[in-house]
Ligand binder design. Structure first.
Ligand code: AMP
Length: 380
């Protein structure tokens, strides 16, 4: 199967090749052709499956035959639950859009930052990637009109419902034109989502890609038994001794994330913490630096474990165990993505033993627990 056999224009296929997208992922083979035919699609797939390109590529292609936008009227709207995802998705539009002859202008909008620059920048935008609340604010201030869109995409719809965006979404749906193409992506199919699917989608092509996000078997997992006093020094020992260059460390609380990052910096390891209490600029900057290799360690809370998308992230360290087994899998799924193998290291306090048993049972995978008391941590 090749990208050109899916009906994408040659110029786009070349751009894909330049970006090392050599063959379509299963979700892309299944979703691209019906979207190009103008059909509605319900995609059950998770981050990591390649779902973003599965709609970005055909939406860009369809956009080629549309006339330029007038009066701040969008052609396509992509709704996402978080600003991180908004930025990531818009990046994919920017990555591939310029290869096509008719220029499309895309933009990401989200809350937590000043609205005025967004209002100004919206002029001439065809494709908008937005979080629901901010979109409604922009519509209210007439910075953008969504009444004549051709395509609506809901990405991570389950998360949007979980985060309580139901009312905002309903308000948005009311403003949309009746005739449009709908693409709905979700990791799971909940009851609420079933309802939304029935109201929203018109005889959709249903595509289900199972368990692509985390291939547990591709991740080498180890755990070390540590004591509370030795946990910090042991983390620094791991990073320094194994010369780890790009490490994502997870903590369960904001306070711990800040504390761990501070201690790492005090010990000559470049680290930053990222979590819900940091402002938007700090979060984007930390993630950018980390992705580009300027920052050796990023310390994050679970809030961000779903949004962080770095292909071939070599190591994830659980400084603290997450409460839910699902979060554990999400965390370690940040490594070993796409075709790369990754390593996940968990630091276990004596009191974590039982909870770790539960996690292992839930993910149906046994993790070897090694002792660490013989390792000399002097100087770390
Ligand atoms: P997503 O599930 O959309 O977040 O995509 C997961 C990752 O896979 C992203 O980093 C994409 O850049 C990458 N990716 C998506 N499709 C392909 C492909 N066909 N070939 C290579 N990499 C891809």
């Amino acid at each position: 199967m090749s990208f050109s056999s899916l009906g994408l224009p040659e110029k786009l296929v070349n751009a894909l090749r330049h970006n090392y997208f050599l063959e379509p992922y299963p979700i892309q083979s299944a979703v691209i052709p019906p979207v190009l035919e103008g059909k509605d699609v319900l995609g059950i797939a998770q981050t990591g499956s390649g779902k973003t390109a599965s709609y970005v590529l055909p939406v860009l292609t369809l956009m080629q035959s549309k006339s330029p936008v007038r009066d701040r009227r969008l052609n396509a709207l992509v709704l996402v639950p978080t600003r991180e995802l908004a930025i990531q998705v818009e990046k994919v539009f920017k990555q591939f859009g310029p290869s096509l002859p008719n220029k499309v202008k895309s933009m990401a909008v989200y809350g937590g930052v000043s609205i005025n620059p967004q209002m100004i920048a919206l002029l001439g935008v065809n494709i908008l990637v937005a979080t629901p609340g901010r979109l409604l604010d922009l519509v209210k201030s007439k910075a953008v009109h969504i009444g004549s869109i051709d395509t609506l995409v809901l990405d991570e719809a389950d998360k949007m419902l979980n985060l309580g965006f139901k009312d905002e979404m309903a308000a948005i749906f009311k403003l949309l034109p009746e005739k449009r193409q709908n693409l709905l992506f979700s990791a799971t199919l909940s009851k609420d989502l079933e309802t939304m699917n029935q109201v929203l989608l018109n005889d959709p092509v249903v595509v289900e890609i199972e368990g692509k996000t985390v291939d547990i078997d591709k991740i080498e997992q180890i755990a070390y038994a540590v004591t509370e006093e030795r946990r910090g020094p042991f983390l620094r020992y791991l990073i320094k001794h194994h010369d780890m260059q790009q490490v994502l460390v997870f903590t369960s609380s904001v306070r711990k994330a800040d504390g761990v990052a501070l201690k790492l910096n005090n010990n000559g390891i470049q680290a930053a913490a990222t979590h819900g209490k940091k402002n938007h600029h700090a979060r984007t900057e930390a993630l950018r630096k980390f992705k580009e290799g300027e920052l050796q360690v990023l310390v994050a809370t679970d809030l961000l474990s779903r949004g962080i998308d770095i292909v071939e992230l070599p190591v994830v360290i659980n400084y603290e165990l997450p409460r839910s087994p699902k979060d554990y899998v999400h965390r370690i799924g940040r490594t070993g993505r796409a075709e790369a193998n990754g390593k996940a290291i968990t630091l276990l306090l004596p009191e974590d033993a039982h909870h770790f048993q539960v996690i292992q049972k839930k993910m149906k995978h046994q993790v070897e627990i090694l002792p660490s008391d013989e390792i000399d941590l002097h100087g770390f």
